[in-house]
Design a protein around this ligand. Structure first.
Ligand SMILES: CC(=O)N[C@H]1[C@@H](OP(=O)(O)OP(=O)(O)OC[C@H]2O[C@@H](n3ccc(=O)[nH]c3=O)[C@H](O)[C@@H]2O)O[C@H](CO)[C@@H](O)[C@@H]1O
Ligand SMILES: C=C(OP(=O)(O)O)C(=O)O
Length: 441
């Protein structure tokens, strides 16, 4: 089993470049199979396990996918199959994002029902209600969800009970090829929604309002492949901002977009972290003494749940008591027990965690419980006394490119080793066809 071993105590300095956003590229790759003509060329694609998984999902449907040098070319102009088996959905819930494109293009899609996961039950009822409102029949049974429509989907007025990112994306993709106009209300406003709408519009869709709470989509008859550059990953950027803050370092985070990170910047500033907008990125300067604060996770532009565990790591080193309240997912505190193994003083009260600062964390062997928890435990280890060993790296590889290598380039004492203690290559350097991918996934 591979581990990342980090020894605390180094201040991070230098510059690190943020990759294209995982949560933008996954829906964009799913959307690329809507195009019945031409190829889509996607730039700034991060080399992540999740990207390989979505590529495999659409390859299995008969799309042609080439992935080289951070560029993906998708040709989906041939006839596609309309099913995605459990094998993929199990690895990555975002596989359900092929439902909308397939239903819109072929009037049929069948995808394994995603189960619950480490952060909550995560139903897809809002995706399905949206498809039904557009005239589709939905059938859930034998572990699959099947959606069908005779002829084209029909534009509809749809109100989302909660501003779900995935439901907004799936419905927006389906509506792009529906007959007539769809008005989607109370939708998610994340930057990744805007990126997807921009991609679809370049394909010939007519979507306005992405990034606000009402999106209007005029359905068109067909879409064609196009070229698109994926937006930078605001969560990877935020994670490195915390790394700089926590070590009292001074790091330029290249490609970080301050507009996408307003809530994170504001909370870090409350904790005494200095953040400067610099040409092409954000400079983050950690203070002598971090100050406690409170955070409530919310849909964008509120504080992102995907930064919750990293901020928890930071708060263990702040002066005073901090409170984090998680409102987006019902059960995203699995990492608390792991932080406690490092001597963190925190307790869960309902949907909140109370974190006592100045915890004097100690290195320990800890297991990543989800993708962001993996990063957060490594962050905590950057300042803990002694060695922290983080296992279950399959979670980390879903969403961070060469995380240990990037931290090492900023001066961290960190390495990734196999079960024999040999230093291993980062996931990004490995050809996905090798056995190691199978082992990691
Ligand atoms: C690939 C991707 O982009 N993943 C992100 C996306 O996940 P994802 O799209 O799955 O998250 P959602 O915004 O859909 O989920 C938010 C909340 O809505 C609930 N819900 C969602 C759909 C539904 O049909 N019914 C329902 O009740 C969920 O259980 C959850 O409590 O947004 C999350 C919230 O910012 C992020 O943490 C994930 O990193
Ligand atoms: C929860 C996350 O991703 P996913 O929705 O793909 O599980 C995440 O990126 O933190």
């Amino acid at each position: 089993m591979e581990k990342i071993i980090v020894r605390g105590g180094r201040q991070l300095t230098g510059a690190v470049k943020v990759e294209g956003a995982k949560n933008a590229v996954l829906p964009v790759i799913a959307a690329s199979i809507i195009a019945s003509e031409g190829k889509s060329v996607l730039h700034d694609v991060p080399v992540l396990a999740d990207v390989y998984t979505i590529n495999e999902v659409i390859r299995n449907m008969n799309a042609d996918v080439q992935f080289e040098n951070n560029t993906i070319t998708v040709d989906a102009s041939q006839k596609l199959m309309t099913e995605a088996p459990f094998e993929y959905v199990r690895k990555m819930r975002a596989s359900v994002l092929v439902l909308g494109p397939l239903l819109a293009r072929y009037g049929h899609a069948k995808v394994a029902m995603p189960g619950g996961c480490a952060i909550g039950s995560r139903p897809i009822d809002l995706h399905l209600k949206g498809f039904e409102a557009m005239g589709a029949d939905v059938h859930v049974g034998n572990g699959f969800v099947e959606v069908k429509v005779d002829g084209r989907l029909q534009g509809a007025k749809i109100y989302l009970d909660v501003p779900s990112v995935g439901a907004t994306e799936n419905i927006m993709m389906a509506a792009a090829l529906a007959e007539g106009k769809t008005i989607l209300e109370n939708c998610a406003k994340e930057p990744e929604i805007v990126d997807l709408a921009n991609f679809l519009n370049k394909m010939g869709a007519r979507i306005v309002g992405a990034g606000t709470e009402t999106i209007r989509i005029h359905g068109v008859e067909k879409l064609q492949g196009t070229e698109h550059t994926i937006i930078p990953d605001r969560i990877e950027a935020g994670t490195f901002m915390v790394a700089a803050a926590l070590t009292g370092g001074n790091v330029l985070i290249e490609n970080a977009v301050s507009e996408h990170l307003r809530s994170v910047i504001s909370k870090l500033e409350e904790m005494n972290v200095e953040i400067l907008d610099e040409n092409g990125g954000l400079r983050v300067i950690g203070p002598e003494q971090l100050k406690a604060t409170d955070i409530k996770t919310l849909p964008h532009p509120g504080f992102p749940t995907d930064m919750q565990s990293q901020m928890m790591a930071l708060m263990t080193y702040a002066q005073g008591t901090s409170v984090i309240t998680e409102t987006v997912f019902e059960n995203r505190f699995m990492h608390v027990e792991e932080f406690r193994r490092m001597n963190a003083k925190m307790k869960i009260e309902g949907r909140s965690v109370i974190i006592e600062g100045d915890s004097d964390l100690q290195g320990a062997e800890v297991a990543a419980t989800d993708l962001r928890a993996a990063a957060a435990l490594i962050l905590a280890g950057l300042r803990a006394d002694g060695f922290t060993r983080v296992t279950e790296l399959k979670h980390l590889d879903r969403g961070y490119v060469n995380f240990a290598g990037k931290l090492a380039s900023l001066g961290a004492d960190i390495e990734r080793v196999d079960e024999n203690g040999n230093v291993v290559k980062s996931f990004a350097e490995i050809d996905y066809q090798t056995d190691r991918l199978a082992e990691l996934s």
